[in-house]
Structure formats: C-alpha cells, structure tokens
Design a protein around this ligand. Sequence first.
Ligand SMILES: Nc1ncnc2c1ncn2[C@@H]1O[C@H](COP(=O)(O)OP(=O)(O)OP(=O)(O)O)[C@@H](O)[C@H]1O
Ligand SMILES: N[C@@H](CCO)C(=O)O
Length: 319
Amino acid sequence: MAVYTEVGDAELEAFLADYDIGEAEAFKGIAEGVENSNFLLTTTRGQYIVTLYEKRVDPKDLPFFLGLMGHLAARGINCPQPIHGRDGKALRQLAGKPAAVTSFLHGMWPRRIAVKHCGPVGEALARLHLAGRDFELKRPNALSVADWRPLFEASRADADSVAEGLVRELDAELAFLEAEWPRDLPSGVIHADLFNDNVFFLHDRLSGLIDFYFACNDALAYDVAICLNAWCFEPDRSFNTTKARALLQAYEKVRPLESAERQALPRLARGASLRFLLTRLYDWIHTPATALVKRKDPLEYLAYLRFHRSASSLASYGL
Ligand SMILES: Nc1ncnc2c1ncn2[C@@H]1O[C@H](COP(=O)(O)OP(=O)(O)OP(=O)(O)O)[C@@H](O)[C@H]1O
Ligand SMILES: N[C@@H](CCO)C(=O)O
C-alpha cells in the first residue's frame, strides 16, 4: 500500500487549477511503493502521476530530486518529467503535504529478472551518469559510510534476534569499511536505488527509470555496485556471473570504468550490501508487524555481503 494521505475532490480540483494539464477524469491511488503516496491521474489531456511526499523525504531535498528528473529528461533519459504549473513551479502543496505532478511512464517492472534485462539496465545507468554530469545542484549521500554506524546503533539491541552473531559480524564489517572505503573515485549524480521495481520495460525494451528519491552525489561505481546486488543475484542468493557480465559490459560500452573503479568494486559491493542490510534491519525491527507495508528481508543482503567479502578482485567473480 502506498496511499498514506487521502485527497478530497475539492482539494484536487483547486490543485489542478494551477496547472495547464486539462480536467481530471480519474484519480486513483497506486498500491505499490512504500515511501510516498502516489496517484494515477487521468485528465482530458492524458495520464500523470501525482506524488505526495511523506515523512521520509526531507522537503529541502525536493528541489534536487525534481530538478534532477527535469534535467535528465531534457537529456533523453526516460524518467518522470516534473510538470510545471502556470507559475513555473513544479513543487506545491496538496492535502497539507508537499506534492508534484510528473509525466506517466509506460511499462512494467520485471518481477523475474532475466539476463536480457541486465544489459539495458547497465546501459541506462551509464547514460544516467553521463547525463547527470552538468546538473548544478548537489546532494551529499545521506546513507553513505559515515551514516551506517548510527543506523546500526539504532538496531543493535535487537540485531542478534534477527540473526545469531549479527552484532559481532556487523561491527567488524563497519570497522573494515570505515577504514578501507574507497574515497577518490570519479563521482557525480547517482540513482542509488535502481532496483528492479524502479525500472520499467515495454516489449522487452527498457522504457523508463523511476523513483529518484535517494539520488545524490557519490562515486559512480557505487551505483554500479548497488545494481550488481539488485540485479545479479538469484532467488537462492547465488551470484549470476552471466547477468553481472551483461550489466557491466553494457555499462562500459557507454562509460568505461577506470582501473581504480574496477579494483574498488568488491569493497563498494560490500558497502552497498551493508547499506541495504542496515535500512532493512532498521525497518524489520522498528516497523510494527501489523503495519500495512511489507518489510524487506535484511538477511538477503547479509548473504550478498558475505559473498562479496570472499572476493578480492573482479576476477574472483569470474568477470
Ligand atoms: N512516472 C511514473 N509513471 C508510471 N508509473 C509510476 C510513475 N511513478 C510511479 N509510478 C507507479 O507508482 C509505483 C510506486 O512508485 P515509487 O517506486 O516511486 O514509490 P515510492 O513509494 O516513492 O518508492 P519506493 O519504491 O522507494 O517505496 C511504481 O511501482 C509505479 O507503479
Ligand atoms: N530498494 C530498497 C527499498 C527502498 O527503496 C530495498 O530493497 O531495500
């Protein structure tokens, strides 16, 4: 479920009066997603997405997110394009929440990831990295290495009840990554959450990227590591080298990795595993079991972390 805020007819009508996108014909809550309230709006002119930003999005970051989507869309990346009102503004209020209208993207996200999806994702990621180079706003990554320990501390007391020995293992992992985190890699705008539920395909072609609400400035290769985790493990948690090769090769056709980036990938992949392990662990412990939102399994990312820990170079992955 992801409709946290209800929108009344009169409120919607008043909101839409500030835009030039026609009159509402239908307005339906979208069940998917967990962070924000999303609605599909059909007007006399077409289809749009209305997003109400809920508590996990810091309103001060919204100009970055909306500006970035506009910037990328203008450079040919198929992502939601913020629709500006008659006053030129893309961000306003609806039902007491910050809200925006964006273009609707056609396609479906792949429920079962196949090798054929991985090349297009690698290519799209590299194109996004290039298109983001001249985006003028900056947003530091709020979930990078310095943020992991406080996140872990908030779950420490209950972590061993999720997996035996987890506290000791994560303490050691944090110490390693804090000391060895690669710091001078090429950086720029990264998506930072390009999982399969954020990538649309239509007739086997990648048709769009969504959910830019973790986007930030960080090492570009860290985004590659996030995608290797999100796209290249099988449901039994084994690593699929064929998928990884397809993703990396397609990425490098557009933006070849520097040798320092290639060398850093195993460490970046450990960090990317720990980051999602920690946010999932936090949610696992702090979300009441009765909540409507489905919690994601932190142990999936513990398995990925252990796998990457055993790799010393890309050759260890068979890449
Ligand atoms: N521009 C768009 N075009 C078409 N559908 C969209 C668009 N944006 C969002 N959606 C639909 O809304 C759903 C939820 O969107 P999104 O993933 O951004 O939600 P969220 O709650 O912000 O994020 P999260 O995935 O982190 O929970 C998507 O799965 C998709 O079905
Ligand atoms: N992609 C995240 C969810 C939040 O966007 C995860 O799988 O943990």
